[in-house]
Design a protein around this ligand. Structure first.
Ligand code: UDP
Length: 142
């Protein structure tokens, strides 16, 4: 149990191409803001293969890697730096489990997705990943 110590963090959030195609950018941003997290930087961009491979480098040996890179580069996405108290865990909790079928209703993935790959959002999973991913997407902020 924490005892009132404030731990302000930054996390990299992506609204993946499926979220953009489904026109739920506003819905996702609204949930982030309602939670009390702040958007410190944001833009829409289409990832190059190089950036996508670097972003998902920890999955390079997984069978779904090529398909994941194709999906994430397949259309524009929204990239943002989200900050606030324990922002990494707070956003992961808003997002829900990786597999949207197991994700609890009320979470972004639980409410809007069915497929493990097309699961609407990404959020960094640790302070180490957040630093690395923010440097990759928003080098000017790192
Ligand atoms: N993914 C996939 N197939 C799988 C597992 C994951 O295509 O069997 C994709 C999915 O889009 C997921 C991303 O790879 O969000 C990264 O996987 P990770 O296990 O890091 O999940 P996350 O941190 O995004 O919940």
């Amino acid at each position: 149990m924490r005892e009132g110590r404030t731990v302000v963090e930054r996390t990299l959030v992506l609204i993946k191409p499926d979220g953009v195609r489904r026109s739920i950018i506003g819905e996702v941003i609204s949930r982030i803001e309602r939670k009390g997290l702040r958007i410190a930087a944001m833009d829409m961009r289409t990832l190059s293969t190089e950036v996508a491979e670097a972003h998902y480098e920890e999955h390079a040996n997984r069978p779904f890697f090529a398909s994941l890179v194709e999906f994430i580069t397949g259309g524009p996405l929204v990239a943002m730096v989200v900050e606030g108290e324990r922002a990494i865990e707070a956003f992961r909790s808003l997002a829900g489990a990786t597999d949207p079928v197991s994700a609890v209703p009320g979470t972004i993935r639980g409410d809007f997705a069915l497929e493990v790959q097309e699961n609407i959002v990404h959020g960094s999973d640790s302070t180490y990943s957040a630093d690395r991913e923010i440097k990759l997407f928003f080098p000017e902020l790192a």
